[in-house]
Design a protein around this ligand. Structure first.
Ligand code: CTP
Ligand code: MG
Length: 250
């Protein structure tokens, strides 16, 4: 293939869709999870900054809680974000999948690479974001950052009653398993097609592309890209921020 027939790398435009419409039930009572503060700044703002930190990202689409779009707009206006990055806020849906779909629907023409990034992963380092974008640019239709597992994983027959003993069905070989994170990166047309075609409930976007029979690849994730899910994760996130402050000399 000659250089001319390749999609122009510098010409590709990347947007990040940030689903932030969840309640955060597992985090316990309080504001919607994305609006909860980490060291005084809402988790969502950390997540937006993490995407905008990549020079390749020219647009961030935030998918807000359905009744909170105005509040989220005000929040974004109130926080300093890079000049080079545009922002859009759209209301989300009942499931993460639906929220991502609304974010995709809001993308303008001219965007050809899309990242989907959980607001609940506020601390992903920019190097991870850039590695995902780079792998899409190199031709993978879907790219997932992921880490090897620390724990062995067992497949069980889930008990009808919570807490009851559950029979083990299988133990997959741990060395072949990866725990997936976000941002997941996609060729835009592929992700849009996946959302139009796949209707089952999924827990990540790349699995929809897998269902289309297309190649999905994993690149190294990062331990700081963990998802804030339960109360202890807030403690860890604030500790990571404190460590960064120390290292940055603030
Ligand atoms: N999300 C969304 N719309 C939904 C549900 C989830 O945009 N209807 C987003 C969340 O805001 C979060 C991401 O998807 O950034 C990952 O979901 P998860 O960590 O499960 O967040 P919540 O659904 O808010 O948490 P929980 O499942 O504990 O209620
Ligand atoms: Mg959820």
């Amino acid at each position: 293939m000659s250089d001319d027939s390749r999609p122009s790398l510098s010409g590709s435009r990347t947007a990040a869709v940030i689903p932030a419409a969840g309640r955060g039930v597992r985090l316990g009572p309080g504001a919607p999870k994305a609006l909860r503060a980490l060291n005084g700044t809402p988790m969502l703002i950390h997540a937006v900054r993490a995407m905008a930190a990549s020079r390749a990202v020219s647009l961030v689409v935030v998918v807000a809680p359905p009744d909170g779009a105005a509040e989220v707009k005000t929040l974004l206006d109130a926080h300093a974000l890079p000049e080079r990055t545009d922002f859009l806020v759209v209301p989300g849906g009942d499931s993460r999948q639906e929220s991502v779909k609304y974010g995709l629907d809001a993308l303008p023409p001219g965007i050809d690479i899309v990242l989907v990034h959980d607001a609940a992963r506020p601390l992903v380092p920019v190097d991870t974001v850039d590695a995902v974008i780079e792998a899409v640019r190199e031709g993978a239709p879907a790219v997932v950052p992921a880490l090897p597992l620390a724990d062995t994983v067992k497949e069980v027959e889930p008990a009808a009653v919570a807490g009851a003993p559950e029979p083990v069905v299988a133990t997959p070989e741990r060395a072949r398993l990866r725990a997936v994170q976000t941002p997941q990166g996609f060729d835009r047309a592929t992700l849009v097609r996946a959302h139009e075609t796949v209707t089952d409930n999924v827990t990540d976007d790349a699995s929809m592309v897998e269902q289309l029979g297309l190649r999905v690849v994993v690149v190294p994730g990062h331990e700081e890209a963990f998802k804030v899910t339960r109360p202890l994760d807030l403690v860890l996130a604030e500790a990571v921020l404190a460590r960064r402050r120390l290292n940055d000399g603030f």
